[in-house]
Design a protein. Structure first.
Length: 263
């Protein structure tokens, strides 16, 4: 496996530029995040606090949430997952290395607050430098999500960040990472700096397979609740193939979706 020497200040600047261009401005949570929230948080709210498992709550508005639930979105970008937590009455926290992303998240969420769609206290955003400890106590959050973030850093940093996410989470963690088949080689388990002057230039792409995921999880006391790989195959014209980011396979994309439960 190839590992890169990373200039984190340069990479942080690269993410600021990426968000300024609108590369990752997700306006609605992805399907797998919604699925995780529905299956493990909304339907198991009582079980988070020692009650009956699989209790299906009749949640029609944030007022129907009976408990003070806290969620973390690590690598929150412009904050859409945190806003979704707020819409559910969950106290959501978002952390990102990009000052630009955090500024956009605060602006984006304020429009929901002004329209009385969410409570201001339920959307919280924090800028954090790469490698810093998450500034919350152990098991502070009932659950955490980390969608497409742990694969956008060196693997050493991935392990460090996952350890912090694990530390501050009490029970459920969902994360997704890019699969090795997404690389032009067809099966690359390593990392490389994106050099093409387009999407996410100067950031790191870290490719995973099952063994690499198991290696990431093995130091921790957890059960894998779900682990599946999503694959997409696309046909592109030659001129489009020539302009894709370095190393990325435009004709095939694979992504692992992982849900774990701490014990």
């Amino acid at each position: 496996m190839t590992e890169q020497t990373v200039d984190y200040e340069k990479e942080e600047h690269a993410w600021d530029k990426s968000y300024s261009r609108g590369d990752n401005n997700i306006l609605y949570p992805k399907d797998e995040v919604l699925r995780f929230m529905s299956k493990y948080i909304i339907k198991r709210t009582h079980s988070l606090y020692g009650g009956m498992q699989n209790t299906v709550l009749n949640i029609k508005s944030p007022d129907d949430f009976p408990l003070d639930i806290k969620g973390l979105d690590f690598g929150c970008g412009i904050g859409r997952n945190v806003i979704y937590m707020g819409e559910l009455g969950i106290k959501g926290y978002g952390i990102d290395v990009s000052s630009t992303a955090i500024a956009l998240a605060n602006s984006f969420s304020s429009s929901f607050v002004q329209k009385d769609l969410i409570e201001a206290d339920n959307v919280n955003f924090l800028k954090m430098n790469p490698g810093e400890e998450i500034p919350f106590r152990n098991s502070y959050f009932d659950f955490s999500v980390c969608d497409g973030v742990l694969d956008s850093m060196s693997h050493e940093m991935t392990k460090q960040c996952f350890g912090e996410i694990f530390r501050v989470t009490d029970r459920y963690i969902y994360f997704s990472v890019i699969g090795s088949e997404s690389h032009t080689s067809g099966n690359f388990v390593g990392e490389e700096v994106v050099t093409t002057p387009q999407h996410e230039e100067n950031t790191i792409q870290n490719y995973f397979d099952i063994d690499k995921i198991n290696d990431l999880l093995s130091p921790y006391r957890q059960n894998i609740m779900e682990l599946h790989i999503q694959k997409e195959t696309k046909e592109y014209a030659k001129q489009e193939v020539e302009t894709v980011v370095s190393g990325f396979n435009p004709n095939k994309h694979s992504r692992f979706h992982v849900t774990i439960e701490k014990y």
